[in-house]
Design a protein around this ligand. Structure first.
Ligand code: ADP
Ligand code: MG
Length: 488
């Protein structure tokens, strides 16, 4: 029987705040183990949690970005379990009344090729709630070590509806979601640093039926490629079980990167196993409608809305917007450059090709990745460069040299052109003399051109460009050569 997959994701995102969810201890990735804790984090007797309102606001902002309703009131529950990553033996979370309800995320599926935009669709969210991150356990050969630095970091859990049907959709969802979260400044979403973590729920059902099958939940998916591999593995495994007449057991499975397979960790716990109950130490949070409206006004344009606008209003091709719009800083740089000179396509080209190439080359030489905010180039540099090309002051060929120079020195393009004498030459006499020389020196090319091979002209342009160090005005050169050849 043919089956179709049903996939729902649970995504944990660490919210960037100065201090933790319920105490003033700070958090920094990579700090020496157990140096960023305090009595509250360690669950010492007599301590009480104090709510970090900044985390609430950032999570509300995330919810607004993802089209959720923000609750009037949200509450805190204890999720009780015994495990060494939680010194209190419970996790503070929002079970009954989460901060954000519903929501939907627009996703783009891969196109038929890299240069062609794929279909768009929406993935429905169930909710987003806030909780505290547990500590980090590292299992070594004969022991497990615990680092409580991460314990208590504000964590938003985004829960989708079982609304996806392939690993491709899940990957597209995660990429689009990540762009939105980074755009909104909620988190940097670096999966290697655990800032974004994903559990995948997978079930199968006969094609054409509605009723959901029994699902399994895959944990420990710490990269997008792991999410993809784990979903594909699980679809295949469940298909084999069902085709063999077996039944799927509801369970939690752990993905093992090394073997590229997952194994059963435990039978899936039910909500009542956690004995959720309202936390007696924390008041429900009454949300302020006016403040929510302010947060909504602060939201950046969503990446896919921006991409649509660039394509429709600025007439940029998908090949450029797909590179530009994954990075909010790059878009801001682009829009600032347009303030200097309004040539969207040319400027987008310089940013997505030349600037990104120089940035990645510079990062390879240095030790850290350079980004647009750190380099010496400003939007005005690129705006002016585009302008002096359009004005015929320099050719595109010369512009390449100017680009590298201004990237390294931070000098303005017009100053570089002046200093190095790169101005395009409109000196007709000089160019004419060089053209005549070239024509006299290459009878073969002249003959070919006369027989209709227009490309043969390039062989004549070469020496002229060389003699003028690339400064001959290309349009003028083209014109002159044709006229002079016809006279020969
Ligand atoms: P929990 O995992 O904490 O028990 P839920 O039951 O609400 O929480 O479901 C968690 C995730 O599992 C959600 O993303 C949901 O979409 C997904 N899910 C639920 N049922 C199925 C199913 N039958 N097949 C695939 N995904 C499912
Ligand atoms: Mg779950």
């Amino acid at each position: 029987m043919p089956y179709e997959a049903v996939i729902g994701l649970e995504i944990h995102v660490q919210i960037k705040t100065r201090t933790k969810m319920f105490t003033a201890a700070p958090y920094r990735y990579g700090a020496a183990p157990n140096t960023l804790t305090d009595a509250v984090v360690l669950g010492l007797p007599g301590t009480l949690p104090v709510l970090n309102y900044a985390a609430i606001e950032k999570c509300a902002k995330l919810g607004l970005m993802l089209g959720c309703e923000i609750a009037e009131v949200c509450k805190w529950d204890r999720k009780n379990y015994f495990y060494p990553d939680s010194p209190k033996n419970y996790q503070l979370t929002q079970n009954e009344e989460p901060l954000c309800v519903g929501g939907k995320v627009e996703i783009v599926l891969p196109g038929p090729s890299r240069n062609v935009e794929g279909d768009h669709r929406w993935v429905t969210l169930n909710r987003i709630h806030l909780e505290e991150d547990p500590g980090k356990l590292t299992h070594e050969a004969f022991e497990t070590v615990i680092d409580f630095n991460r314990a208590g970091v504000p964590l938003a859990e985004i829960v989708t509806e079982p609304d996806m049907s392939s690993s491709t959709e899940a990957v597209a969802f995660l990429n689009c979601l990540r762009n939105m979260i980074v755009y909104a400044g909620i988190s940097d979403c670096d999966m290697e640093k655990g800032q974004l973590r994903c559990d995948a729920n997978v079930s199968l059902r006969p094609v054409g039926t509605e009723k959901l099958g029994t699902r399994t939940e895959m944990k420990n998916l710490n990269s997008i490629s792991n999410v993809k591999a784990a979903i594909e593995y699980e679809i295949e495994r469940q298909t084999e079980v069902l085709n063999g007449g077996g039944i799927i057991t509801q369970e939690t499975r752990r993905w093992d990167v090394e073997s590229g397979s997952s194994f059963s960790l435990r039978s899936k716990e039910e909500a009542h196993d956690y004995r959720y109950f309202p936390d007696p130490d924390l008041m429900p949070v009454q949300m302020n409608r006016k403040r929510i409206d302010e947060l909504e006004d602060e939201l950046p344009e969503r990446p896919l809305d921006k991409q649509r606008r660039y394509q429709e209003a600025l007439n940029l091709p998908y090949t450029l917007t797909s590179v530009l719009c994954v990075n909010r800083e790059l878009c801001e740089f682009f829009e600032d450059a347009l303030q200097t000179y309004e040539a969207p396509k040319q400027i987008a080209n310089y940013i997505t090709n030349d600037l990104l190439r120089e940035l990645s080359a510079a990062s390879e030489h240095g030790d850290s990745a350079l980004d647009v905010g750190q380099c010496k180039l400003t939007p005005a540099h690129i705006g002016i460069l585009a302008k002096i090309i359009d004005e015929g002051i320099i050719s595109k060929q010369i512009a390449k040299e100017v680009f590298t120079e201004m990237f390294v020195t931070g000098e303005m393009p017009d100053a570089i052109v002046e200093k190095k004498g790169l101005k395009q030459s409109d000196d007709t006499d000089e160019i004419e003399a060089l053209c005549l020389e070239a024509i006299a020196g290459n009878a073969q090319a002249v003959g070919q051109y006369k027989e209709g091979n227009t490309k043969a002209l390039n062989a004549l342009k070469g020496p002229v460009m060389k003699a003028t160090k690339g400064k001959a005005n290309p349009a003028m050169l083209d014109d002159l050569l044709k006229r002079l050849i016809n006279k020969v």
